[in-house]
Design a protein around this ligand. Structure first.
Ligand code: AHR
Length: 502
């Protein structure tokens, strides 16, 4: 048995967690919308055609914000196609994913759905084929009270009150050569600045997210962030980051170390934001919106065989394994550790498309393996992150040296004083004996130790066997005199919950 230690003190904090760190993302892509959240003929459909079985699962995840409508999709989207009488809406050839978009669901329907699941919408505007005009018109349509062309059009469409969308993305992945309307950093920076200025004229209360890099290995990474912020600093509030990881080489130790890449990515972007802050002698701090993150690789080959120009084909339908759930857990730990600067994060995506929730048309909805770490983090990870000193055995792998076998983060819920430790044992061979010195938490007890583990690292959940991978409550932990002792089974995700005895 190997040993690891965590030391922390109640008063040494990293920062308050912005609940939007548990956000997600729904794009007009594959079956995310059609037969995902929306399927009028489904036995559970509500009066608006939304699947209530999916609504229940989304509510379980308690997602406070959902980014919409893309993704690559937004860079070719004309939002006016998706409002007004449904029968008059055009069918479009959608270039990003080479499908047919029926526009049966658009801005108003999605906002209705968001209300049903009690989430906020994070709206992206098209800065690929469109620009300032479409962006300010959409904002006027959504947020202006009335008495102007677009706000009156919204009323005519049956929405008397403004939607009051607070958070807006200035395009999507504009650094990516695959993006419709791809731009250089200066081209994008100028357009984002002018769009931001116009949008804040329409509604000064909104918050704006500028596009950062599509991932850390983009050739323009760092220069892109720096140039974009140089243009936009005074008008934007967040800079975006995106990252997807995969295990195509079937190299588990290396795969589970990929959250270190995410960590380095965040640290680098924080440095760039603060460099531009210094350069501009600004008092304003730009925070981070990690608005696409997940595992994405299982579906890449299959997707090449999908017939183009069909409606809602099964694109990006990764079937997640137990090992993927561990990396998702590690990525959540990483995001939480940076709660002082990462204020928004969106698990990409939510339903069917690289998603924790899967559906079958006319059939069931079920939880993928990655559902569970996200569910736990969203349910128990609200509060303040405590600084933890982690002392763990390490290993070397293809991409990293000195990878800690244990990764963990601790969250104090300041309302209930409950304490939750999220911990992953990356080791495949040995359980970890964990000892935590919890200073300032003397009179506490363990109330629950949840464990996600499986004998088969490639185990999945399917419609036929939806509970193959799911957490149990039989974790082994005890608390005495300020010390928590826990057994972390080899290769496992753990949630250890403690509460004061009083
Ligand atoms: O989430 C799937 C795609 O990944 C998004 O459309 C795009 O922004 C990213 O490349």
């Amino acid at each position: 048995m190997k040993e690891a230690k965590i030391s922390l003190h109640k008063n040494f904090t990293t920062g308050k967690i912005d609940e939007r760190i548990f956000g997600s993302f729904i794009e007009h892509l594959g079956r995310a919308i059609y037969t995902g959240i929306y399927e009028p003929g489904h036995p559970t459909a509500d009066k608006n055609g939304f699947r209530q079985d999916v609504i229940e699962l989304v509510k379980e995840l308690d997602v406070p914000i959902v980014r919409y409508p893309g993704g690559n999709f937004v860079s070719g989207y004309n939002w006016e196609d998706g409002v007004g009488p449904v029968e008059k809406r055009p069918k479009r050839a959608e270039l990003a994913w080479r499908t047919i978009e029926t526009n049966k669901v658009g801005t108003n329907e999605f906002i209705e759905w968001a209300k049903t699941v009690d989430t906020e919408v994070m709206m992206a505007v098209n800065l690929g084929t469109s620009g300032i005009d479409a962006a300010r018109n959409l904002l006027e349509y959504c947020n202006h009270p009335g008495g102007s062309y677009y706000s009156d059009l919204r009323k005519e469409h049956g929405y008397e009150k403004p939607h009051d969308i607070k958070t807006w993305c200035l395009g999507n992945e504009m650094d990516g050569p695959w993006q419709i309307g791809h731009k250089t950093a200066d081209e994008y920076g100028r357009l984002a600045l002018e769009t931001a200025r116009a949008m804040k004229q329409v509604d000064p209360s909104i918050e704006l997210v500028a596009c950062g890099s599509s991932h850390r290995n983009m050739p323009t990474f760092a220069e892109w962030e720096s140039a974009v912020l140089d243009h936009t600093y005074e008008y934007v509030d967040y800079l975006s980051l995106h990252a997807y990881y995969g295990n195509s080489d079937n190299d588990l130790p290396n795969y589970l170390a990929q959250s270190i890449d995410m960590d380095l990515f965040i640290k680098s972007v924080v440095s760039i934001c603060d460099y531009i802050k210094a350069k501009k002698r600004s008092n304003k701090t730009i925070n981070l919106s990690f608005d696409e993150w997940n595992v994405w690789f299982h579906s890449k080959e299959v997707d090449k065989k999908i017939e183009p120009w069909t409606i809602a084909p099964p694109q990006l339908e990764d079937i997640y394994t137990f090992e993927d759930a561990l990396l998702v857990g590690l990525m959540l730990i990483t995001l939480l550790k940076h709660a002082d600067r990462v204020k928004i994060a969106c698990l990409a995506q939510l339903v069917n498309v690289i998603a924790p929730i899967m559906t079958r048309e006319d059939g069931e909805a079920w939880r993928q393996t990655i559902f569970y770490p996200f569910y736990h983090a969203s349910k128990y990870g609200r509060g303040i992150v405590l600084q933890s000193i982690i002392d763990s055995p390490t290993y070397d792998c293809k991409d990293f040296r000195g990878v800690p076998v244990l990764d963990a983060v601790t969250v104090l819920n300041e309302e209930t004083d409950d304490l939750t430790i999220f911990a992953v044992n990356r080791g495949r061979e040995d359980d970890l004996d964990l000892i935590c010195n919890l200073k300032g938490f003397t009179d506490y007890k363990v109330i629950e130790h949840l464990v996600l583990e499986h004998v088969d690292i490639k185990a999945t959940n399917t419609e036929e066997n939806p509970d193959n991978v799911k957490p149990h409550r039989n974790g082994n932990s005890s608390f005495n005199d300020g010390f928590l002792k826990a057994n972390l089974p080899k290769i496992s995700w753990n949630v250890i919950r403690l509460a004061g005895k009083g």
